[in-house]
Design a protein. Structure first.
Length: 134
C-alpha cells in the first residue's frame, strides 16, 4: 500500500503565477515559506513550490496574494529532467488538492517591496535551460 499526502502551512512568498495549457486548463503556481524548527532554537525556512489546476487555480488566482497564510493539502511530486548539457535535475513540488485560508484579510502582513529583493529562482541559481520540460 502506498500513501502520498502532504499538509503544509505557510505564507506565500509572492503573488501566484498563472498560465494556461494548450488544452485550456488553468495552472497556478506559487511558493510558500514554511518554518522548520531545529534543536538549536534556530528556525530555518523551507520554500516549497505549490501547483494548482482548473477551479482551484482560478481560486488561487482570484484570492491569494503575497503574504497570505494558507494551509495546503496535496501530493508530493518529483519532476526529473535533463539539462541541455546532460545534467540530471529534480524539482520537488506539491500538487494541491485543497488550499485553505488560515488568516483574515486584515491579518495579512504588509510587506514593502525592496529594490534588491532576491527572487526564489535566484536562490537556487536556476536559469531557463534548467527548467523542467512541461
Amino acid at each position: 500500500m502506498n500513501y502520498n499526502k502532504v499538509v503544509l502551512v505557510g505564507r506565500l512568498t509572492r503573488d501566484p503565477e498563472v498560465k494556461q495549457t494548450i488544452n485550456g486548463t488553468i495552472v497556478a503556481t506559487f511558493t510558500i515559506a514554511v518554518n522548520r524548527s531545529n534543536k538549536r532554537d534556530n528556525d530555518e525556512v523551507d520554500f516549497i513550490r505549490i501547483v494548482t489546476f482548473s477551479r482551484l487555480a482560478e481560486f488561487v488566482q482570484n484570492y491569494l496574494t503575497k503574504g497570505r497564510l494558507v494551509l495546503v493539502e496535496g501530493k508530493l511530486r518529483i519532476n526529473r529532467w535533463q539539462t541541455s548539457d546532460g545534467q540530471n535535475r529534480t524539482t520537488p513540488e506539491i500538487w494541491a488538492d485543497q488550499v485553505t485560508f488560515m488568516d483574515k484579510k486584515d491579518d495579512v502582513p504588509i510587506v514593502p517591496e525592496a529594490e534588491n529583493e532576491i527572487e526564489y529562482d535566484e536562490l537556487f541559481d536556476n536559469n531557463d535551460s534548467d527548467e523542467p520540460p512541461f
